[in-house]
Write a protein that binds this ligand. Structure first.
Ligand code: CTP
Length: 402
């Protein structure tokens, strides 16, 4: 069940092309079990019709201070502001954000914003240069300083045909962002998680590399679960097709084990929990050729050397952090995993056996054993990777609370 179930949502729509996405957003809020009321700026009605939004929200859509032609019924912005458990301004145009940040109260939506006592989220949408403009950035900084939550726009194709930052978050991402930031306290509030995911690619020449079949699914699922439970999450991933629906996660993409080493070391000291779920290459070519190797010879030898063992480094240098490693084994699984746990000075190790059907790389499921420092192990049945991520994070929460 969504944490938003039963909540009263006030959706403020301002005049941007992305307003068309609010029809879907209203549907998703209703699906979560919310009551939804919509307030539009007068100009927003040019972009999506009040009829669409009132039909989907099952409530009249308001956009002026008075309701009927004789101006007899007052749409009370104070009541609306008090009614709402959360207010989301979406899309938030440069104009409306400027008015919100300066208290320029010339329409019902801004009056409602100024009256609202609840959490306020805003999802900017505009062209890339408008978004970058100092005045827009100033409005955004002010709104954040008022305690409002920015749902950052994505990089992508814009209505103008240009490509850049300014594209409004998708409705699913907005719901996920609000779910993550709405309910508190959560068990991981105040904790920073550093999580690695995916494979690393070690270059042989400009077109070839040594890699592995890791998809990044497990690491991305762990990142989203930790974030859902209140943690600030830094995710460092090798090449992957995985997408995040939670925009609050700080994602850095890398290619090689050396790059992963550098990024992890830079973030390590400010993290409380580190989960190394990446399948870091154990070996890399000693020489990376500048030009593509020609197939002129019948055989080719590539000399490789060990990569830096990131987890061992963290184990040697950790202070109060919890350190969690992964082990993928094919024989003497428990024995080997226990050895890694000890040698790398870990708090927990998550063991996957390639002998278990449905576990390991590329698949949707995983079957794990979690071994702790006191050598106790817990076996879990085969589950989808999202559920597995909850089992791992719950075990970490137990350690945090010990
Ligand atoms: N790891 C790492 N840096 C490396 C290699 C691995 O941090 N250069 C981490 C992985 O992210 C994982 C754990 O170490 O959490 C895996 O341990 P490792 O000893 O590398 O296991 P295997 O790769 O299975 O090694 P082996 O082939 O020796 O069993």
């Amino acid at each position: 069940m969504s944490v938003l179930s039963g909540k009263k949502v006030l959706l403020g729509v301002t005049a941007g092309i992305a307003a068309y996405k609010t029809a879907n957003l209203v549907r998703l809020f209703i699906k979560c079990g919310c009551q939804v009321k919509v307030v539009m700026t007068p100009a927003a009605k040019e972009f999506v019709t009040p009829l669409t939004l009132s039909t989907l929200s099952k409530n009249p859509v308001l956009s002026s201070f008075t309701t009927d032609e004789d101006d007899e019924l007052w749409n009370n912005h104070v009541e609306l502001g008090i009614w709402a458990d959360l207010l989301i301004i979406c899309p938030a145009t440069a104009n409306s954000m400027s008015k919100m940040s300066n208290g320029n109260c010339d329409n019902l939506l801004i009056a409602t914003y100024l009256s609202a006592k609840c959490k306020v989220f805003f999802a900017p949408a505009m062209d890339l240069d408008m978004y970058k403009h100092h005045s827009t950035q100033l409005s955004i900084s002010k709104l954040i300083s008022y305690g409002n939550f920015l749902i950052p726009p994505a990089f992508g194709e814009l209505a103008s045909g240009l490509v850049g930052e300014g594209r409004m978050a998708e409705p699913e991402e907005i719901i996920s962002f609000i779910e993550t930031n709405f309910s508190e306290p959560l068990p991981l509030n105040g904790k920073t998680f550093l999580i690695t995911a995916g494979p690393t690619f070690e270059s042989i020449d400009p077109v070839r590399f040594i890699g592995n079949h890791s998809s990044g699914k497990m690491g991305f699922a762990l990142a989203e679960t930790a974030s859902k439970l209140g943690a600030k999450v830094i995710l460092i991933s090798g090449p992957t097709n995985q997408k995040l629906s939670d925009l609050s996660i700080d994602l850095t993409l890398i290619t090689s084990s050396d790059e992963m080493y550098e990024k992890v070391i830079a973030k390590f000291s400010n993290s409380d929990v580190i989960i190394m779920s990446a399948a870091v290459a154990d070996f890399k070519p000693i020489i990376t050729f500048n030009n593509k190797i020609k197939k002129s010879n019948q055989t080719l030898s590539i000399e490789v050397e060990k990569t830096k063992d990131i987890l061992s480094y963290l184990g040697e240098h950790k202070k109060n952090q919890l350190l969690i490693g992964f082990a993928l084994e094919t024989e003497n699984e428990i024995e080997n995993a226990k050895l890694k746990l000890k040698n790398k000075n870990l708090d927990l190790i998550v063991l996957n056996s390639l002998n278990d059907e449905g576990a390991g790389f590329g698949v949707e499921t995983n079957k794990i054993t979690i071994i702790s420092k006191d050598n106790k192990s817990i076996n879990f049945p085969l589950k989808d990777k999202k559920s597995v991520s909850f089992d791992i994070i719950n075990k970490i929460i137990e350690l945090i609370n010990e």
